[in-house]
Design a protein around this ligand. Structure first.
Ligand code: ADP
Ligand code: ZN
Length: 436
């Protein structure tokens, strides 16, 4: 049993949690119905009134909100308070199209800081820590989100932001950073650069890292923990809901506890919209029940995940989401088979000698989908014999086929030839999109 930031909420009974959720939900629905024409119109269309939403069990009666709705009402159409009460704006990083804008009241920022603080405490953070933030600062929610939580806990915050990898390393070495926040792809790049600079993990004080903003695998966790000598925790969030801290990992590292006193999760079938029972995989949907400026109701995240209420050894009772596999729009359909890039990462990292630097190329040649995976090999392997390179290539081919169920062309690349990323990685080039 560890430390908690807000034990009453993090360890509440299911009855307490559902009572609070029901109360907050009914209040929020009434408020957006009165203040946001978009919600009022949608609810009237659906034949629901605020009186119909009395508890969490009524949630399914509400219409969904999609990313396109945010684009259609851009910039302020979904804000539920007068703009003069908004103290901060952020925007999504626009990974999948036109950016959207969200706003926060002072109270919303406190909620966000509290959620981020829960995540930091769950990763072993205390006020004595030096928190190195390498998430980007700016409109992207990563940097300022984690920053707020760390400051609230009284940590010594080092707002480095992204970029200038060698400088990052010198800073965390010289300043004695103990906690760090990166995208997993940037963490990998940093670990590699550190190795090149001849800095060993004994020369740094990092004890834990919070890695998020993109999907990453259990295999990547093992690699990062080994290379950096720290414990790697997952942290999840999205701009539309609040930013990093929607959910976070505890020491058990078997999924992320969702701050469900603020954001009620559901899993739905992405094709039919039907709510699925706990334990089934589907699209994650969130309803914000405490936010003032931008409280989305039943927002479809497009992230594919599984929810679980299994008892957690950390003592927290907050529902958990298992590591998200990726977004529905990242899913590749190759020769009729659904493939997530994260599955390919799992396969690659299960083979010794392959590095977590890879690129996936999908194309259509003579009406046939083709899949090529470019993988870097480690320096040691590369200088080894051609025979062992062939062995690795074969091992990767077999591993990939057994995980995704279809064959792929494996192209071995020399060390350091594939692109490195400082923020979210772009692992896929799908040339078929250009053909359509
Ligand atoms: P954008 O939608 O432009 O990328 P965001 O920065 O808001 O903007 O990204 C949020 C998305 O990032 C989530 O919906 C999810 O797909 C992904 N994400 C964030 N954290 C994680 C994580 N820990 N694991 C997997 N995916 C994550
Ligand atoms: Zn736990």
């Amino acid at each position: 049993m560890g430390n908690y930031y807000d034990k009453a909420m993090e360890c509440a009974t299911l009855y307490e949690m559902e009572s609070l959720q029901s109360f907050r939900l009914s209040q929020t629905v009434r408020r957006v119905y009165e203040n946001v024409p978009f919600y009022r119109d949608r609810m009237i269309e659906q034949g629901v009134t605020p009186d119909d939403i009395k508890s969490v069990a009524d949630l399914h009666k509400l219409p969904f909100v999609m990313k396109q709705d945010l684009r259609d009402t851009y910039p302020y159409g979904l804000f539920a308070v007068p703009l003069e009460d908004v103290v901060r704006l952020h925007a999504s990083s626009g990974t999948t199209g036109k950016q959207i804008v969200v706003g926060y009241t002072r109270n919303d920022l406190e909620i966000w800081n509290d959620c981020a603080a829960r995540a930091l405490v769950a990763a072993g953070g205390t006020k004595a820590d030096f928190m190195h933030v390498s998430y980007g600062y700016g409109l992207f929610t990563g940097g300022l989100g984690v920053h707020g939580g760390a400051e609230k806990l009284g940590m010594t915050v080092i707002p480095v932001s992204t970029g200038n990898t060698a400088r990052q390393i010198n800073i965390f070495k010289d300043f004695g950073s103990t906690l760090i926040c990166w995208t997993p792809s940037y963490a990998m790049f940093i670990a590699e650069t550190m190795r090149d600079m001849g800095i060993t993990k004994d020369q740094i004080k990092l004890k834990a890292g919070l890695f998020g903003a993109e999907p990453w695998t259990q295999e990547m966790r093992v690699t990062l923990e080994e290379m950096l000598g720290l414990k790697a925790y997952d942290i999840y969030g999205l701009t539309e809901i609040i930013g990093p801290g929607v959910s976070f990992e505890c020491e058990e590292q078997t999924g992320m506890h969702i701050c469900e006193d603020h954001f009620i999760p559901e899993i739905i079938d992405p094709d039919t919209g039907k709510v699925l029972p706990l334990g089934e995989q589907g699209e994650l949907v969130f309803t914000c029940i405490s936010k003032e400026a931008f409280p989305l109701l039943r927002y479809r995240t497009r992230d594919i995940a599984v929810l679980s209420r299994e008892k957690c050894s950390c003592g927290r009772t907050l529902i958990k989401m298992l590591k998200p596999k990726g977004r529905t729009d990242d899913m590749l359909i190759i020769r009729g088979v659904n493939v997530f890039p994260s599955q390919i990462e799992t396969a690659l990292l299960s083979v010794a000698g392959s590095e977590p630097f890879y690129h996936i190329n999908v194309d259509r040649i003579n009406n046939n989908d083709t899949l090529e995976i470019e993988v870097e090999v480690s320096e040691a392997m590369f200088s080894d014999t051609i025979k062992s390179m062939e062995d690795i290539e074969n091992a990767i081919r077999v591993a990939v086929e057994s995980v995704i169920g279809i064959g792929a062309k494996i192209t071995m690349c020399e060390p350091k030839t594939l692109k490195r990323f400082e923020g979210k990685a772009a692992h896929v080039t799908d040339r078929r999109k250009l053909l359509d």
